[in-house]
Write a protein that binds this ligand. Sequence first.
Ligand SMILES: Nc1nc2c(c(=O)[nH]1)N[C@H]1C(S)=C(S)[C@@H](COP(=O)(O)O)O[C@H]1N2
Ligand SMILES: [Mo]
Length: 348
Amino acid sequence: MGDISLEELQLATRNHGMPLEAMRYDVTPVGLHYLLVHYDIPVVDDAWRLEVDGNVASPASVSLADLKRLPAHEVVSTMECAGNGRAELAPRVISQPWLQEAIGTGRWRGVRLRDVLDAAQPGEGAVEVLFTGLDRGVEGGDEQPFRRSLPLDLACTDDVLLAYELNGEPLPPQHGRPLRLLVPGWYGMTNVKWLARITVIDAPFAGYQQAKGYRLRRTEDEEGIPLDRMRPRALMVPPGVPVFMARERTVRAGTVELEGRAWSGHGPIEAVDVSTDGGVSWSPARVEPPALGRWAWQRWTFAWEATPGSYVLACRARDAEREQPLEPEWNLGGYANNAVQRVIVTVT
Ligand SMILES: Nc1nc2c(c(=O)[nH]1)N[C@H]1C(S)=C(S)[C@@H](COP(=O)(O)O)O[C@H]1N2
Ligand SMILES: [Mo]
């Protein structure tokens, strides 16, 4: 794989994953939710306002108090960074070196984006809504704010939020205080934090995070396919106890209740299979129905009759149309690698 660089380590210490044992919580406690920040976390004061402009009949500048006067809506949603699994690609892709922990499930509360857009009245010819964050940095050689767009029809769906609360508290600084976009089912980059401006536009946004970043492509000159919804993935809570450095696991012989979570941005999980021989043979796990609404991960369990020896455990999810691959498929940005998780376990 090659040594990890100091630059990658610098990213990895700023942006942390969710320790997989935190999948025991239905909703991820705030400090355990994964974190990804491209530039710096901005400090936002009370004078903050959200500007709504572009191709709209009624441009507006609204405070947080104005937003809180609109009907509140809550969604429990599992979020995953599009780069989750990147560090398992070979050749390694140099960026935030995620293994499999770039995930979390939040109880997000805010107002429907649709209510804010309806008040502004998008004009004839409007096709997308552009979201601009307060954070700035240099990427692809140009200084820019973090910015991404959504198609107008998706922006106006029921569960797309401008969120001001996470798990019943005001958004913490690192997760977008005071306001962020939340698009359930889509990969993490969609959910623009520290919103400053919402602009209704007449042509698809062609900025860096849309035209260059977050596209599936194998070479620089390929146009590629934009990333959107999360692919299916199952992860297990690593069983037993870890070895301090290698994190390989030891469990006692007997019935071991394996547990984990599974999700897909395309719809409910239809099945999770478990393997105790590294993915050669598979048996079905018990998958619980969605308990927290359609956008949250589903819990699964599997009773493993463990006898002494060495094992490679694996789990694999499928939704109505797609199943996790056994091996990663390489791409330039190191995105959307949902290859199955493998956990090395010794039974004593
Ligand atoms: N303004 C802004 N929004 C952002 C980002 C960012 O760097 N700046 N990172 C994006 C990425 S790549 C991901 S994966 C998610 C992470 O959200 P979280 O840190 O709240 O888990 O936020 C997205 N929204
Ligand atoms: Mo991300």
